[in-house]
Ligand binder design. Structure first.
Ligand code: AMP
Length: 229
């Protein structure tokens, strides 16, 4: 699909359980429309790879499927969506994940007289999530995501985009997957009500194939946001 996703600036949050396809869809929109894609998971993995103090602190939480503490994440996002990006469209993928993070985001945006334009909830049944996560492989060089069931690479273990080696993320191992889904239910699911009460939440059936999801998403992001909060 080549239609632009949007004509106006948007500031969107992609919300949903791990494995719902938020990262894949955010990358598609970002590539097509030169939108800023902020993935807190990718930022943290980059810190871990570079061996920064933040990465060292975050690693044990990530490997065991727990959330990294709010203060660390909030400071990291605050830095990323700073004033130089104020006029750009952006997608937050994987943030906020807790109510305190959502409140911090609201304060950040209030500070520059902005608000979120769209909060998209990626709805996928739990059994489908477990199947997706356990067959997910990530390129160790460029970060592209592959799936041995739904999007297999041409050559097993090798990235089609850059030839890099594919590996399974530590937190895609079965015990970490179970933990991440529990953490999602306990800490992130309450955000659905938080945003629903504010009239912001749009539901997308993300259990369908990625092209169908992408088309619906383009329509959602083209819709003018409501004028309130
Ligand atoms: P993701 O790639 O979004 O699934 O994130 C991978 C891991 O990074 C998560 O399981 C958490 O340990 C950590 N993480 C990413 N985003 C956040 C966030 N907003 N709050 C806390 N931890 C996060």
């Amino acid at each position: 699909m080549t239609r632009p996703t949007h004509t106006n600036t948007f500031r969107a949050v992609f919300l949903g359980p791990p494995g719902a396809g938020k990262g894949t869809q955010a990358s598609l929109v970002a590539e097509r429309d030169a939108v800023l894609h902020v993935s807190t998971g990718d930022m943290l993995r980059q810190h871990v790879k570079s061996g920064t103090a933040l990465g060292t602190r975050a690693r044990s939480f990530m490997d065991s499927g727990q959330l990294v503490p709010d203060d660390v994440i909030i400071a990291m996002v605050e830095q990323r969506i700073g004033t130089e990006d104020a006029d750009r469209s952006w997608i937050l993928d994987g943030f906020p994940r807790t109510v305190p993070q959502a409140e911090a985001l609201k304060r950040m945006l209030d500070g520059v007289s902005q608000s979120l334009t769209h909060v998209v909830f990626f709805r996928v049944p739990k059994a489908e999530l477990v199947a997706r996560l356990s067959s997910r492989w990530t390129c160790s060089a460029c970060g592209s995501i592959w799936n041995t069931k739904s999007k297999p690479p041409r050559h097993a273990g090798q990235c089609d985009d850059c030839g890099g080696q594919l590996r399974q993320r530590d937190d895609d191992r079965p015990e970490a997957v179970t933990r991440r889904l529990e953490v999602y239910a306990a800490q992130t699911e309450p955000l659905l009500d938080y945003y629903r009460r504010r009239g912001r939440l749009v539901d997308v059936d993300a259990a369908r194939d990625p092209v169908a999801v992408s088309e619906e998403l383009a329509d959602v992001l083209r819709t003018e946001p409501r004028a309130d909060d």
